[in-house]
Design a binder for this molecule. Structure first.
Ligand SMILES: [Mn+2]
Length: 293
């Protein structure tokens, strides 16, 4: 078995987000923009096929096939760390379940406007990108669950910037007391993860955690989100307090005519969270709001 320290995983799966493949183009645009910095390995994804709803999930056939391919790649490379470039939030199931299997006591920080805690039954849209966190908790389609390398416990999950949830998700969050940092209390995430005793983290970043006034290139823009400085400042605090063993950049949809300018904020986000920026902390982040902590 090969042991590569870090896997740079490009997984342009879009079928989890509906019938339009904007996320496929967004993923490929980002991958080529970032290719000089990160040697991505790509999962083959159909650019056009999206089968009808099966087992409560739109595009089920493609999603199952693509996740099986992702599982094989991750298993073969056996990395310690993974940078996941989506595609939709649905791509998280393989990298997170793998890293949770490799690392003991891993906290999952879910930066997202949405909780992604639906099941095929509870999901109003039947889009898989609203279900991956619930699947990672071991609930949802049995076949997709059986592909996972491991499942999470509720106490490993920390929601950050979540502000648009469905009824069943709200009931799950409140009945199980899943930690949720609202956008105006985003700093509280660091102390919460610390007091729960975690040392290692995986940071899920759906770009829709940002407010659309600050960044609009996402599949599901949702008002009331974070500013870019708030997100980067919080990511930097997390990276300084914990060992980041993985992170993702997800749900990017390029703005027409403005896509090159959108790579700049994404590079800032990656620099704030990545283990590869250790040396650059002081010079690059003087503008972020660390003084508040
Ligand atoms: Mn989202």
């Amino acid at each position: 078995m090969i042991r590569e320290e870090t896997l740079y995983l490009s997984f342009p799966e879009w079928q989890g987000s509906g019938k339009s493949n904007e996320l496929y183009h967004g993923a490929n645009f980002l991958r080529s923009s970032l290719a000089a910095q990160f040697p991505f390995k790509q999962i083959h994804v159909s650019p056009t096929d999206c089968s009808e709803i099966e087992n409560g999930i739109l595009g089920y056939k493609e999603i199952l096939k693509q996740k099986t391919a992702a599982k094989e790649l991750v298993r073969m490379l056996n990395p310690q760390r993974i940078f996941t470039l989506g595609g939709s939030c649905g791509v998280e199931t393989m990298p997170i379940s793998f890293l949770n299997h490799v690392h003991d006591h891993l906290a999952i920080i879910w930066f997202d406007a949405h909780a992604d805690l639906n099941t095929p039954e509870s999901s109003p849209s039947k889009h898989f990108h609203g279900m991956p966190l619930r699947l990672l908790l071991g609930e949802g389609d049995r076949t997709l669950c059986e592909l996972l390398f491991s499942t999470l416990k509720l106490e490993q999950v920390f929601l950050a910037g979540v502000r648009d949830t469905d009824l069943e998700e709200r009931e799950l969050i409140s009945s199980h007391k899943i930690f949720t940092a609202s956008p105006d209390q985003i700093d509280s995430i660091v102390a919460a993860v610390e007091s729960a005793g975690f040392r290692k983290i995986y940071v899920h970043i759906d770009l829709d955690v940002l407010d659309p006034n600050h960044f609009s290139g996402v599949k599901c823009p949702t008002h009331g989100g974070l500013t870019l400085d708030q997100l980067c400042g919080t990511l930097l605090q997390l990276r300084l307090a914990f060992e980041v063993v993985g992170f993702s950049i997800l749900e990017f949809v390029p703005d027409k005519g403005n896509s090159l300018q959108q790579v700049d904020p994404i590079n800032k986000i990656i620099s704030a969270v990545s283990w590869e920026s250790e040396k650059h902390v002081r010079s690059d982040f003087s503008g972020f709001s660390l003084m508040d902590s």
